[in-house]
Design a protein around this ligand. Sequence first.
Ligand SMILES: [Zn+2]
Length: 265
Amino acid sequence: MPTVLDLTNRYNVQYSAKAGRNVPTTTGKLGILPGQYTLQRDGMTGAFSLANAFGTLPGSTLAAATAATNATTLETLHFANHLHVKTDLRWRRMYHYKNRPFRFKRANGNYITQQLPSFPCHYCGIYLPEEFIEVDHRQPQASPGSAIIKVLRSINAGYTGGASVGTKAGQIADLEANNVGVLNTVDVSEYDWNVAWQAGVGFMTPRAARYTLSSQGQTFLTICCMLWGSLAVEKRCLNSIINLVPACRMCNGAQGKGSKLYAVQ
Ligand SMILES: [Zn+2]
């Protein structure tokens, strides 16, 4: 878990990547911030900021302790393999994991009921035994930028533009502390299987300031890329517990609603 010292040491390595990073809403991918900004470290305070030949990017100053704390949260909440989240007690609580009755037809024509561990699909709500449930990246792998913005916003509201949309800070702290019993459950979306699957559901549109990084968020993203490299940063956000939801095959499929809904939540 990165400490302030880790950040400082990495910064002092001459070849560590320090080019300012951003997630342009136009591409949905992690990239270089225009303007030739690079990461700077204040020798007196240890704070990080982005600066170019014309000066410091306004609003980009970030305390090293905050950066280290938030980087630790990012690290703690991710899964090396996203499928492993199915056995995570926090995720099971948030997504309504429970034994439920399922009916099976027997050879003699009768039915039997078996209690099986199950989840509802996050999108349509159908209950399925856990083996049938897939783990969907809420913000999809094709557009890692939206996962980055979602996760950064969740761990620090100051990292995205616009007004805060209800703090998730308590939930994040409890997730990190593994306080399973107090986690709020996440309601299913209740999509109706009877409507046309592709009609009118939330395509990616730049959602105003919520879906842009603030200057401070760009500093934090730059620090993360310096620490881990940009591909690993994308993976940490895509496979974060807050970006993974249970879904049925229909909703998780390439044509399913789940994949069409990114950036809506
Ligand atoms: Zn579904």
